[in-house]
Design a protein around this ligand. Structure first.
Ligand SMILES: [Mg+2]
Length: 400
């Protein structure tokens, strides 16, 4: 079959606040084949910039819009997706936004191929590895929340989350790093106190110490006394040399980073040269399932941990899970528990935690996701791109 249509949907909440909440708007990519089957993907980057990467007309022989590059191409095997992935990165000029934008199409292509084959994406990915007879393994979802303004309020929040049944919780950002060493430790201590000894506690420092690896090391030593599973982004996402210096001090807990990676090379740099212990990849940002899977394979080769970064709808969550569903040692799953009304209503999956609290990749074909078209209609922002009187794009041109 051939790729017959690529449709783009810019969705947004009526008001976009300044909160660090990436679920307030989104760009959906729908790819259809000649038989009418369709696949869906969601991009993590700024929607209209991403949309432009799809619809821009040819600039010269090496720079084309993504839609033009993909339309009409053959899609029959996982190898076809790898071929198309490489083709986009070559013909769309290898600019950073292309990796972001390609994420949505790549995810949609895997969804579409999975539906055409009647197989879940995680099993198709096994085909790339000479079909190792993969099976999926359950994941422990961790709830991701912000530190409260005070240690006391953080303890209360932790106690609520424990009462709600979460077995792993990540606290992050908020006042971490703003009021000195003793306050930082109090935040983590009270989080642990509210959780009790059982649940796994993860700490996201939200880049608090910039490139200061010494302070990051001191905090790592302090936090280790509270049985913290990992310290996430104590430094800037691209401070690779500072991560290497931090790791050279041998901190007593794992160092996690990688959600900022916007291409494979960035993740490889953090792993190979930054020496991180846990790489956190957003498939909706780094180039899709294909690129995220390549990073997962590198993590396995280097003996470090792979985990998803996801803060979008269930469409993004199921895409993220496919990448490492069959990897038994990679047990944790970032599980978005909040988000905007748009994000919560956008897609349905069977990824609710089971009675044992674990999440399982399903046998449903493709991504196993159903996009709620009524939600797409409700939040659709009309877009019209016209250049020199020529219409390049109009939302609604394909209907929902
Ligand atoms: Mg983070």
């Amino acid at each position: 079959v051939n790729i017959a249509a690529i449709d783009l949907f810019y969705l947004a909440m009526p008001e976009i606040s300044s909160a660090a909440d990436g679920t307030q708007d989104t760009l959906l990519v729908r790819i259809r084949d000649e038989s009418g089957l369709e696949g869906w993907g969601e991009c993590d980057a700024s929607p209209l910039v991403t949309l432009a990467a799809y619809v821009c007309p040819r600039s010269h022989g090496n720079i084309h819009g993504l839609r033009e590059i993909l339309l009409g191409e053959r899609l029959e095997t996982p190898a076809d997706i790898l071929r198309l992935h490489a083709r986009v990165l070559r013909l769309a000029a290898d600019l950073e936004q292309v990796h972001h934008a390609l994420s949505g199409a790549d995810i949609a292509l895997w969804d579409l191929l999975g539906k055409a084959r009647g197989e879940p994406v995680w099993r198709l990915l096994g085909e790339l590895e000479c079909d190792r007879g993969v099976k999926s393994h359950p994941k422990l979802p961790y709830a991701s929340v912000l530190f409260e303004a005070t240690p006391e309020a953080t303890r209360q929040r932790a106690a609520e989350l424990r009462a709600a049944g979460f077995r792993a919780i990540k606290f992050g950002w908020g006042p971490m790093g703003c009021h000195g060493a003793e306050f930082d430790l109090e935040l983590v201590r009270e989080a642990r106190s509210g959780l009790g000894p059982e649940p796994r506690l993860l700490v996201d420092a939200g880049m608090a110490w910039k490139e200061d690896h010494r302070t990051a090391f001191e905090r790592a030593v302090a936090f280790a006394s509270c049985d913290v599973g990992w310290l996430e982004e104590p430094l800037f996402p691209d401070a690779v040399a500072a991560y290497a210096r931090l790791k050279a001090f041998s901190p007593p807990l794992a160092i996690a980073a990688g959600e900022g990676c916007n291409r494979y090379r960035f993740a490889a740099d953090l792993i190979e040269n930054g020496g991180i212990d846990v790489v956190q990849i957003d498939a909706g940002r780094i180039g899709g399932i294909t690129t995220a899977f390549a990073v997962r394979r590198l993590a396995e080769e280097r003996g470090i941990t792979y985990v998803n970064h996801t803060f979008k709808s269930q469409l993004s969550l199921t895409a993220a899970l496919q990448v490492f569903a069959d990897a038994e040692p990679f047990h944790l799953l970032e599980y978005p528990a909040g988000g905007s009304a748009l994000s919560r209503a956008l897609a349905r999956t069977d990824l609710e935690p089971g009675p044992d609290g674990l999440v399982r990749a399903t046998e449903a074909p493709g991504l196993g996701v159903e996009v709620a078209l009524e939600t797409v209609r409700q939040y659709l922002r009309p877009v019209r791109v016209e250049v020199g009187g020529k219409l390049l794009f109009e939302s609604g041109e394909t209907g929902v």
